[in-house]
Design a protein around this ligand. Structure first.
Ligand SMILES: *[C@@H]1O[C@H](CO)[C@@H](O)[C@H](O)[C@H]1NC(C)=O
Ligand SMILES: *[C@@H]1O[C@H](CO)[C@@H](O)[C@H](O)[C@H]1NC(C)=O
Ligand SMILES: *[C@@H]1O[C@H](CO)[C@@H](O)[C@H](O)[C@H]1NC(C)=O
Ligand SMILES: *[C@@H]1O[C@H](CO)[C@@H](O)[C@H](O)[C@H]1NC(C)=O
Length: 300
């Protein structure tokens, strides 16, 4: 092999891996009292992120210009003729916004901690009415309902597909995981075994309430795992909030209580390092933080 060819191959390999490390990464945007102040952290040339979702049908104004928005139908509307989600997404498409993907229900098998608590039958009817037509009419790629990482999630999803009776054709499976890396890898394997031909997005993940070093190890192991596996096409770490309102413990947060990137936050954006986490000062407030973020989720 000539030296020139070797150099060219090396350059191609390193640019390919540099790209694959970031192109999958998005932002799981959780609205909190400080999130508007923090919006510019996620955009701009210091950030590798390419897309975001905010659990809603409409974009977040502070992010919209920079990151590709992925609308979500969080739960089922109470009326079975409601077309709000469909209409909201359609009007974005018609006004020229790039909507290539939408996400189905958020943790429909969960009835607390942000779960939307939708039964499979209602979810199927809602999907067929408001989500499936975005694919037939506008070629939008559809993310299946994002169930929890609990075993009940598999059952719920199976019931959903049964209730759909062929009328729901998601293009990828979003998954959630809160726990250690071994559990995450095994969950990914189980989802792949169950839905073997579908790509996966990891739309919420983290290792709650752990020491800083265990959290950082988990973060690095999981991101390199996701970057390595072809059938995981997109992932978003949970989530865009400060350590002071984190409901999965202060060490997991990407922002300090003052809104500076933690190391994990900085690494996630492709930067070298971040602020100190400030976990020690927070210990006694974590119970309260769960309530606050829980309440915010409930509103979404
Ligand atoms: C995912 O599942 C398919 C089908 O069983 C299999 O070929 C593939 O190796 C699996 N991928 C991994 C990384 O386990
Ligand atoms: C996945 O695709 C292969 C090849 O097309 C097919 O044989 C298999 O039945 C599919 N699996 C599922 C679960 O749809
Ligand atoms: C995690 O990865 C970053 C680079 O992304 C590196 O700087 C850091 O040392 C790693 N930390 C651990 C605990 O492995
Ligand atoms: C998901 O990742 C793929 C690359 O794997 C990228 O092309 C696509 O833009 C990402 N999705 C979004 C919504 O940005």
């Amino acid at each position: 092999m000539s030296a020139l060819l070797a150099l060219t191959l090396l350059a191609a390999a390193s640019s390919a891996s540099a790209q694959s490390a970031s192109v999958k990464r998005g932002l799981c945007y959780v609205a909190t009292q400080d999130s508007e102040k923090d919006d510019n952290i996620w955009t701009g040339s210091n950030s590798d992120l390419t897309w975001y979702y905010n659990y809603q049908a409409s974009p977040t104004s502070g992010l919209a210009a920079q990151l590709e928005f992925v609308p979500m139908l969080w739960g089922a509307p109470s009326s079975n003729t409601d077309m709000t989600f469909y209409n909201t997404v359609e009007s974005q498409i018609k006004s020229g916004s790039k909507i290539n993907y939408v996400l189905g229900f958020n943790e429909p098998d969960g009835c607390s901690n942000g779960g939307s608590c939708v039964d499979a039958q209602t979810a199927a009817q809602t999907w067929i009415r408001e989500i499936e037509p975005l694919k037939t009419k506008y070629k939008v790629s559809l993310g299946a309902p994002a169930v929890t990482g609990a075993p009940a999630g598999f059952t719920w999803l199976q019931n959903f597909f049964t209730a759909c009776d062929g009328g729901c054709t998601p293009d990828f499976i979003p998954i959630h995981w809160f726990g250690n890396f071994e559990g995450l890898a095994s969950h990914v394997g189980q989802v792949n075994a169950t839905y073997e031909n579908m790509t996966m997005w990891v739309t919420e993940y983290g290792y709650p309430e752990m020491s800083l070093s265990a959290t950082e190890d988990f973060f690095n192991q999981s991101t390199s795992f996701f970057d390595r596996i072809d059938y995981i096409t997109n992932y978003s770490y949970f989530g865009a909030f400060r350590s002071s309102v984190s409901n999965i413990g202060p060490n997991a947060a990407m922002l300090s209580k003052k809104g500076k990137l933690t190391k994990i936050g900085a690494w996630y954006l492709g930067q070298k390092d971040g602020a100190k986490n400030g976990a020690a000062q927070l210990g006694s407030f974590s119970g309260w933080a769960v309530v606050v973020v829980g309440a915010l989720f409930w509103l979404l």
